[in-house]
Design a protein around this ligand. Structure first.
Ligand SMILES: Cc1cc2nc3c(=O)[nH]c(=O)nc-3n(C[C@H](O)[C@H](O)[C@H](O)COP(=O)(O)OP(=O)(O)OC[C@H]3O[C@@H](n4cnc5c(N)ncnc54)[C@H](O)[C@@H]3O)c2cc1C
Length: 446
């Protein structure tokens, strides 16, 4: 190789791609539009306090990527060598050691920040370079081969030569998707999900899940997971449940309200929250255009902003009122954790009517599956729109973008993973492709 490989995006996919390249001695350059994790944390806290959004550094963008303000839940499933490597590197960088052996590990947002910082130090120690406040605007090409990237680095236009680029930009890089589509990168629309966050008292969830508690308090705050298939063909599911956590303002664009959830390692907050999601596709977005899903998300986020009353306040409705089609005028005993504030509004005011009707039907069923779940004072906060990517950057067998040698669309934004662990694994696989031989190749040769 004559040039250093470039990795775009410092989320789990980008960090693990850069780490593997650095460990192979290839001295990657990691480019990230947002700030380093310490100044990012400050900006996010300011946003939650004042409602002043930084569109480059927020809950979606900045060192650590979208999951930095999260529960740090690690979805493992069957452990393979890639996942073991992810867990081992995370633990070595400061994540709780127990993630190596327990069934449902989580890191917690408070411990993720140092973990991310230590991974950066490791990449740099191995000869890599990390540049913050650097937004990639295009992939430079000649004769169907990557020749570098163009970017805006601290306000200045720059070009960086490279034969290999891993594009790990996450699912919220809408401006980059638009620029790349215009410059001929092949993309397609993919199904994604929208919905709301629901908050209950954690104590209620513990009681439902653990039964009547006479003995000592449970060792961990209880979680839950449910899926409901409705006669209308819709599937509704709970997602990213955060025990003892809070609902976070996760917008990355102006005048838009986006929710998500996070917990500290101890999961000791008063409320439990979870996303309640419904899958949508081109039938809902009304178009086959590759970016129609983004337009659909934007419409919901803008409607939620208006419904909440502006200033990034989120629209909220009590569960009992939602089920009975009534307005909410006061909270019961669940006070929403979302900051910078909330405004009462019906779910229908920001989600399409058929989607909110399906949520209503599903909630009734969920209350039967999990008696007590239909808690009248539970609060629905919207809108949850960024749980998955509405776009896929199509790639071929060798993980390169169709028709562009040397470009590796990677992670959640490219539509090839969902969650911290699978994004990190995809990053490692793309890095291996640049190195020419993967762990899978070696296994197959044996
Ligand atoms: C609040 C929240 C909580 C979550 N909780 C969990 C959880 O508990 N467990 C779990 O498994 N998953 C969770 N997720 C999902 C998880 O964070 C994502 O699946 C994962 O981060 C995707 O990784 P990625 O590297 O593909 O993309 P991202 O993490 O989104 O990273 C992409 C990075 O690229 C940067 N970028 C974008 N465009 C450009 C550009 N043009 N130039 C330079 N840089 C660019 C962005 O700033 C960002 O840092 C959560 C997500 C959120 C938002």
């Amino acid at each position: 190789m004559h040039t250093r490989p470039i990795v775009v995006g410092c989320g789990p996919a980008g960090i693990f791609a850069a780490l593997v390249l650095a460990q192979a001695g290839l001295r990657p350059i990691l480019l990230e539009r947002g700030n380093d994790v310490d100044s990012r944390r400050q900006r996010v806290l300011d946003f939650w306090k004042t409602g002043v959004l930084d569109t480059c550094t927020n809950v979606q963008f900045g060192e650590g990527g979208a999951g930095t303000f999260s529960d740090g839940k690690l979805k493992i499933g069957k452990r393979d060598p890639y996942k073991v490597k992810v867990l081992t590197e995370l633990a070595a960088a400061g994540a709780p050691e127990e993630i190596l052996h327990i069934g449902k590990p989580h890191i917690g947002t408070d411990r993720l920040h140092d973990t991310v910082k230590n991974l950066r130090r490791k990449i740099i120690g191995l000869g890599g370079e990390v540049r913050f406040q650097t937004t990639v605007t295009d992939i430079l090409r000649s004769g169907g081969r990557v020749t570098g990237v163009s970017c805006i680095e601290n306000g200045q236009y720059t070009e960086i030569p490279a034969e290999n680029v891993i594009l790990a930009i996450g699912n919220s890089a809408r401006d980059t998707f638009e620029q790349l589509l215009q410059s001929g990168v092949h993309m397609e629309q993919r199904p994604f999900a929208v919905g709301v966050r629901i908050e209950h008292p954690q104590e209620l969830i513990n009681r439902i899940q653990y039964g009547k508690m006479n003995g000592p308090p449970p060792p961990t705050a209880a979680d839950y997971k449910m899926v409901v298939h409705l006669p209308n063909g819709r599937g509704i599911y709970t997602f990213c449940m955060c025990p003892g956590g809070s609902v976070v303002a996760a917008a990355s664009e102006e005048n838009a309200v986006v929710t998500n959830g996070m917990s500290a390692y101890r999961r000791d907050g008063r409320n439990a929250n979870s996303a309640l999601l419904i899958t949508v596709d081109a039938k809902d977005t009304g178009s086959d255009h590759p970016l129609a899903g983004i337009a659909f998300q934007r419409k919901i986020e803008a409607a939620a902003y208006t419904a909440g009353g502006g200033g990034y306040k989120a629209p909220v409705q009590r569960l009992e009122d939602f089920l009975a089609n009534n307005d909410t005028t006061a909270f019961g005993d669940v006070v929403p954790t979302y900051r910078p504030g909330t405004g009462f509004a019906r779910v229908e005011s920001y989600l399409p009517a058929d989607i909110s009707d399906s949520l209503r039907q599903a909630l009734v069923e969920m209350g039967e599956w999990m008696p007590g779940y239909s808690y009248p004072d539970a609060v629905l906060t919207g809108a949850e729109t960024r749980s998955s990517s509405p776009v896929r950057i199509t790639r071929g067998e060798l993980l390169e973008a169709i028709g562009i040698k040397g470009l590796y669309p990677c992670g959640e934004g490219a539509g090839y993973s969902g969650g911290i662990v699978s994004a990190a694994v995809d990053g490692m696989r793309c890095a291996e492709r640049i190195m020419g031989r993967s762990f899978d190749d070696v296994k197959n040769e044996r």
